[in-house]
Design a protein around this ligand. Sequence first.
Ligand SMILES: [Fe+2]
Length: 413
Amino acid sequence: MNINVDQIDEEIKKAKAEITVAGVDYQKAFQEMDAKIEKELQEIESLVAKGLSPIPEINFNDLSSADDDFANLVRKRGCVIVRNVFSKDRVDQWNENLMGYVRDNDYFDKQAEKAGMDKYFSALASGKPQIFGLYWSRPQMEARTSQEMADLRSWLNRLWKWESENGVEFNPDQECLYADRLRQREPGDDTLGLSPHVDGGSVERWLDDGYRNVYRHIFSGQIDQYDPFDAAYRTTSSEIPSPAVCSMFRTYQGWTALTRQGPGDGTLNLVPITDAMGWMLLRALQDDIDDTNLCDAKPGRAMVVNDAYHAKLLRAYVPISEVGPGDTVWWHPDVIHGVEDVNNNTGYSNVMYIGAAPDCEKNRAFLNKQRPAFEDGRSSPDFAAENYEVEFNGRFDKSDLSPLGRKQMGYEA
Ligand SMILES: [Fe+2]
């Protein structure tokens, strides 16, 4: 990818001209997609009106016997809550360990010195959340490399079509460990919300060749051919480098709850419609949007979902149901999500960000950069180089890795 971010208006104009050169009727394509989305919106609104959650959920122990209807529902909604992946006792211990890890290593004093290194969320109205630049604690590494997570990720990855038009895109049963961060939200906190957005690139979805292949059926107006769970070309996209933009291919973003948290507790909100991305891509190609504009998508930032252009989709922006310690939530990389502005919980709303990044060339290349950071305790190479943990006590180190962990870190093939 060769995107000149200093001349982004020109780049967008050029991309729009390239995409639309084939003579596709984008008004018709958008209308078709819009009708599809309208149906899903009404379905979700009717569930919500009945007090039901549109976000599918299942117990970890029931996963192996889940039927096709459930799998298809997860594909359609692009998200799922999987409960009781870890026991409450184990997660309570993890949470205590993490709170101590932050406190005893004087994280807050050190953070004050390094404030402002992470600009990723600055385009979102609600500002920077209380997310910690910590990657290598024992609980994070134990959860990431656990057998429970490995089994769960296999199930989730197998909802994808990993072998199709572009050959084998990834191995659904082998993870490349992605060291993400931690959220500890204080009771009553009202400063740390995140407006609705999509991660993994913004303007790239129209500008980058890899992404154009991913969305080939959208851009060619073949709406009924578009399958968000077809992995073809997904591992070939490249993102504009920027702190906190994930440069791995993830089949899902996700987190593991460390504490009880429900709607209103500063928790996750989702638009549970996987096809919504197709709608957004086509929306930006409509005649009322300027040649140099992609519905306000900005390079190096999260892709914003706003009232000006995307109000329709936000009709389905709903909080996830209450979750408890050891429950996990997962969403497709195209799914719109955000975090509530206020934590009305009487306790902390804490999570460990743990998604799924299956084995593929792109992810193996990232592991090669991530291993030296792990060994030194530096920040993950995808995030601001705050490097808090270099001098932290109680860090997880190489000798603590299980055989599965060694594979996931890329120490063994
Ligand atoms: Fe996000």
